[in-house]
Write a protein that binds this ligand. Structure first.
Ligand code: OAK
Length: 829
């Protein structure tokens, strides 16, 4: 472009930007126009929800401008692109995040104010986009924010579930699940792309055809479903770049099927077609074990096929030689869920592009990278061969072929070690012959990433030991991170302003290393006072929420002690509850005069249990019966309260985290791949009480072990402890509290029997008994520190100051350099 034209465009942008930012009247008109014309409500009478809609459509317009500019620029520059494939994205709300990232929050807040609305109240109207289960899904959302902010040419691809993660209802202390009708009131943040749609095929047969003296395989599918794109712009912070998250929805195909219509059964023919939509209907709510369900497999392939058609179409716009594919495309598979993509790329290259196998394999193995998010073998996907062969017959053949070649190669390297060969095979023989998707991914990808240092060690030593010994250079790790934009700037604006004030800059929002600068002020009484004040305000907000939810009034002087995450045995919410029972029991048995020395606590627990996970559901019920007892005990008063926060989600986390003093991360060492909740608390100046598991080990290195409360067996001690079985005796205090539950002290004696049974000597797989004493010591240390407010604040400031390493910006930069090979591509205006 000529310099003259560039200058002109820049001037126009400058003008528009200033205009938007300063002309409150235009913003108001914009909001009102959307209320009147898009939402179709009168501009004279509309409520908070309609104000939210009008406002969101106005903000969306601003997003779309940037998003168009960004994509036009990417197209012009044609950099290597990253395609981030994930079946789950846990985005939460978009409004506040968008206006903050666009740099127009205050302008919109003022404009709304003049219309008689309050920004915070209007923002509360938005529901969560909960298209994911937990850690893995929220991580993707944080990474999208970082990819946009750091100007990487990236696309996210996922599924647009009609129903996101279930809503958790608590009835008499039991969890019930309700569908999440998140789209019922429309979704201003998405753009339906009716013209971006692809046919996705299933079932059928594979036939052989001779073409130019060669036999090729042809897949004759039996069913076609249409995938329609819904685009969700993701704005970066402090940049004009806005990237795209493209989610696919299933629609009946309009390919006219003469036969079914001609049979005269018009109504049934239409109903059959309608069934196609069920593919993207619902998110599977289990993040614990893989079940070979056909619908789930269909979702995976539907997603993979649509995404790859889109990616390949974009590649073809500017390239016609697939040898260039790995130079222009990086495909990231987020856990194994999208790993059918490997077979699909091979199918396209071999069957449709007629490349020979080895050339196709060379290309395929250079485009993919794979990150695994678990240490649990039960969570690794195994697809029954019968299921796969029926739904995707050609893909099964391709996977067999990949495995055959891999096995030949392996034999030539390790000889006839059949045990090892069968462990490493992509195909698992056995009662149900299955495909091991993790093995497929490792065989194909040049880089396999873990999500923390400890996780990588476990992958090397246990989960993928055989593969590590074969290909040590493949295995790497990138420590997970969270975005400081959402987890501090959006959710804790008071802390955010305080940090900027003391650092003398807002640059930490993009350059998180600057947070370390807080260390030099840690002893300043002014900072300490202001820091304490911010916490108090956030605690008051949380206390209000608790009161509205449960009617329980909590004291702001108490320590707010929080454990929020999915409910799992390995995350040991049960250890927390048993610790609370112990605390209660101690207070009850104290002389009244000694009670004055007790540090008052508000214990907060929140999280969803997978609908079929019985033990996890019992843990939720136990929490409720214990709370009932404690909260209504006149002897206890403000010394101890227990609150279960129902329907934990991203928005609830945004409210709870800033208002917590202490946060608990109790996984049995060696079970949490990383954990990212801890990072959000750390950034918000909460102290951590934790086991040395997952990313906690690295947090320890950054903030110092004496700046947190650590306890419990270490990763390398756990296997030997388990070996000891029943000879590993639990301490008396532990037996006493378990007995209380067992004997029906809190009621529901029969119901809790199976839960108590998991804690018996020799059956206590997660080592609650073994860790109990050191857990109580860590809790006592937290109490002692809390009564020294200066010390506590000191540790709190150092927590935030040491949290820089755990920004997703860091993770993404590492991936970009060492895994994907992509460079920033910053839209200049
Ligand atoms: C969910 C389903 C299958 C496999 C893994 C998960 C999952 O959510 N894993 C979690 O991923 C987070 C992000 O990497 C980690 O921080 C958690 O430790 C891990 O449990």
């Amino acid at each position: 472009e000529s310099g003259e034209r560039k200058a002109k465009v820049e001037k126009m942008f400058g003008f528009m930007d200033a205009f938007l930012k300063n002309d409150s009247f235009s913003l108001q008109k914009d909001i009102l126009d959307h209320v009147e014309y898009t939402v179709a409500r009168s501009r004279f009478i509309f409520d908070d929800f309609e104000a939210y809609q009008g406002l969101s459509y106005s903000v969306r317009d601003r997003l779309i401008e940037r998003w168009h500019d960004t994509h036009r620029y990417f197209k012009k520059k044609d950099p290597k692109r990253l395609y981030f494939l994930s079946l789950e994205f846990l985005m939460g709300r978009s409004l506040s995040n968008s206006v903050i990232n666009l740099g127009i929050r205050d302008q919109y807040a003022d404009a709304l104010n003049q219309l008689g609305f309050e920004f915070e109240v209007v923002a509360e109207q938005e529901g969560d986009a909960a298209l994911g289960n937990g850690g893995l899904a929220r991580l993707c959302a944080c990474q999208m924010d970082s990819l946009a902010t750091l100007d990487y040419p990236a696309w996210g691809y996922g599924l647009r579930y009609q129903y996101g993660l279930f809503r958790q209802i608590i009835l008499d202390g039991f969890q019930l699940e309700e569908p999440d009708y998140w789209l019922n009131f429309g979704n201003p943040w998405e753009i339906e792309r009716v013209h971006v749609s692809y046919p996705v095929k299933f079932y059928g047969t594979v036939e052989e055809e001779g073409i130019q003296g060669q036999t090729i395989k042809v897949w004759i599918p039996g069913e076609t479903v249409e995938a329609v794109a819904y685009d969700n712009p993701i704005p970066g912070y402090g940049t004009r770049n806005a990237i795209n998250l493209r989610l696919w929805a299933a629609k009946p195909s309009d390919q006219y099927d003469m036969e079914s219509y001609n049979t005269g059964d018009y109504i049934n023919a239409i109903m059959d077609r309608q069934k196609a939509e069920t593919i993207s209907n619902v998110l599977y709510p289990d993040d614990r074990s893989y079940q070979g369900k056909e619908l789930r497999l269909k979702q995976h392939y539907f997603f993979v096929s649509a995404s790859l058609q889109d990616i390949i179409r974009r590649f073809r716009d500017d390239h016609n030689n697939f040898d260039e594919f790995p130079e222009k495309v990086a495909l990231q598979i987020n856990d194994t869920h999208p790993s059918l993509a490997i077979a699909e790329v091979m199918r396209v290259l071999v069957d449709e592009e007629h490349l020979d196998w080895s050339r196709a394999w060379d290309i395929t193995s250079r485009v993919f990278s794979f990150t695994t998010h678990t240490v649990h073998v039960e969570a690794l996907e195994k697809i029954p061969v019968d299921l796969l062969g029926n739904l995707l017959p050609r893909h099964l053949q391709i996977i067999y072929e990949i495995n055959y070649k891999f096995m030949e190669e392996l034999k030539s390297m390790i000889g006839q070690d059949y045990d090892r060969l069968s462990r490493m095979s992509i195909v698992e023989e056995g009662a149900v012959k299955s495909i091991r998707m993790a093995n497929l991914s490792i065989v194909c990808c040049q880089i396999v990433n873990g999500v923390s240092k400890v996780h990588l060690d476990l992958l090397k030593e246990r989960v993928f030991k055989d593969f590590y010994e074969l290909w040590p250079q493949k295995f790497q790790y990138k420590t997970n991170g969270v975005t400081q934009r959402r987890w501090v700037v959006v959710s804790n604006p008071n802390l955010s302003s305080l940090i900027s004030k003391w650092l003398g800059t807002e640059s930490w929002i993009r350059n998180v290393d600057l947070l370390a600068g807080l260390r030099q002020h840690v002893s300043d009484p002014d900072l300490q006072r202001e820091w304490k004040m911010v916490k108090k305000v956030n605690k008051a907000r949380l206390a209000e929420y608790i009161e509205t939810l449960s009617g329980i009034k909590v004291s702001l002087d108490a320590m707010f002690d929080v454990q929020i995450k999915r409910i799992h045995e390995y995350k040991r919410q049960l250890l927390n509850i048993l610790g609370i029972i112990h605390r209660y029991d101690c207070i009850k048995n104290m002389e009244t005069s000694d009670r004055r020395k007790v540090v008052p606590r508000v214990c907060i627990i929140g999280g969803k249990a997978a609908p079929g996970y019985d033990i996890a559901k019992k843990i939720i019920k136990l929490c409720h019966v214990v709370a009932e007892k404690i909260n209504n005990d006149a002897d206890i008063g403000d010394l101890l309260k227990l609150v279960f926060i129902p329907d934990y989600n991203v928005s609830v986390a945004e409210l709870v985290i800033p208002g917590s003093d202490l946060s608990q991360h109790l996984s049995t060492a060696g079970h949490e791949a990383s954990g990212t909740g801890s990072m959000k608390f750390l950034m918000n100046g909460c102290l951590l009480l934790a086991t040395a598991d997952g990313a906690i080990v690295e947090i320890m290195e950054e903030v110092g072990a004496d700046n947190m409360f650590l306890f419990g067996a270490k990763v390398n001690e756990v296997p030997a402890l388990r070996e000891k079985g029943a000879s590993l005796k639990a301490p008396l205090q532990f037996l006493r509290v378990v007995r209380m539950v067992r004997d029906g002290y809190f009621g529901f004696k029969d119901y809790f029997k199976s839960l108590c049974d998991t804690l018996e000597d020799g059956k206590d797989f997660y080592l609650l008994g073994y860790d109990f004493a050191s857990y109580l010591e860590a809790q006592a240390a937290a109490d002692r520190t809390f009564v020294d407010p200066e010390k506590w604040i000191h540790m709190s400031i150092l927590s935030t100051a040491g949290s820089g390493k755990f920004s997703s910006d860091k993770t993404i930069e590492e991936y970009a350099k060492h895994t994907w090979g992509i460079e920033p591509c910053k839209c200049p205006f």
